[in-house]
Design a protein around this ligand. Sequence first.
Ligand SMILES: Cc1ncc(COP(=O)(O)O)c(C=O)c1O
Length: 392
Amino acid sequence: MSNKTTWIHEELDNLKAAGLFNVIRTIESPMDAWVTIDGKRLLNFCANNYLGLANHPRIRQAAQEAIDRYGVGPGAVRTIAGTMSLHNQLEQRLAAFKRAEACITFQSGFTANLGAIPALVGRGDVIFSDELNHASIIDGCRLSRAKVVRYVHNDVDDLQEKIAQTTEYNRRMIISDGVFSMDGDIAPLDKLCAVAEAHDIMLMVDDAHGEGVLGEGGRGIVDHFGLHGRVDIEVGTLSKAFGVVGGLVAGKQVIIDWLRQRGRPFLFSSAMTVPDVAACLEAVDLLEASTELVDRLWHNAKVFKEGMAGMGFDTGKTETPIVPVMLGEAPLAQEFSRRLFSAGVFAMAIGFPTVPRGKARIRVMNSAAHSPSDIEQALAVFGQVGREMAVI
Ligand SMILES: Cc1ncc(COP(=O)(O)O)c(C=O)c1O
């Protein structure tokens, strides 16, 4: 064995011993309420496919028609030759949907964060960042070279203290996830906005899990709190509720104009593909036409949460369709997930480093794609495994 890679073997063995090794399941069917894995049909509670759009007939058709008309690949980065009329249309439609002045799209939510943060703050600047912010925000902060001051999760008093203590700065920015993806709680964006305005600090929210979920017809967290025009940078993703893949930043025209000049993944990585863009345009059409899917998502989540609480499960502090089933140690959560799988329910165990040590859980992602009987079946399986494992 090469000496150069010995340490990797050791690290992988350590992960396995600690129950933290990611076993990646392969899906052999479309992403939907039910999926096929290893030839077996399973009820799917893992995907971020909140509205069931990943395999929606209208979204599929829109992607197919766009391929016939425009081909598949954009062929270049946006600034050189990769901007097609479809990309511009999508940005205009998303800005209108989100009731923002302007919008820019990226290849993913991750690259939207990597593009936006370093374009707006740099060396000598300060970022106040919620301690539970997503990895892509953390990486965007690191890339920016700004000083990062972490404040206690969702704690506006701590944020204010940290602001008062941090006196050496050039520009300042507050960044928070909108919905925290591992706990399902919502950032107090109205309060963050008041603090940002009081101190004249830029405010950025990453609404990856609020897009298509929160606000009127899924317009997101800014709409949920009625803060249009007051949150400087609203990052979003098209990879979750929109059912496709892509990222976006919505906000003031001047900020979006700047990101077109200085957002590095926009400048140096090719654009979203044609079928992705067309599929997202169709998703905007669907969301603007009716709130039915968003309403169904919330109804399903309510039934699931009430059922779990009724059986005595600890579902943490969720306020959204993300339901953490708190189990504690990672090996227990992994065994719980394996037993769910054997009983026909696909729901992943999440452990360190995605969540703190000792806070392992099964994360249940509800979807509008689930039927009432799907939810009933999932609750029955959770109850059965919970009793078997003496968790309830
Ligand atoms: C808060 C947050 N931001 C960004 C992302 C990345 O989004 P995407 O999958 O579009 O890169 C995620 C996805 O896990 C997320 O939860």
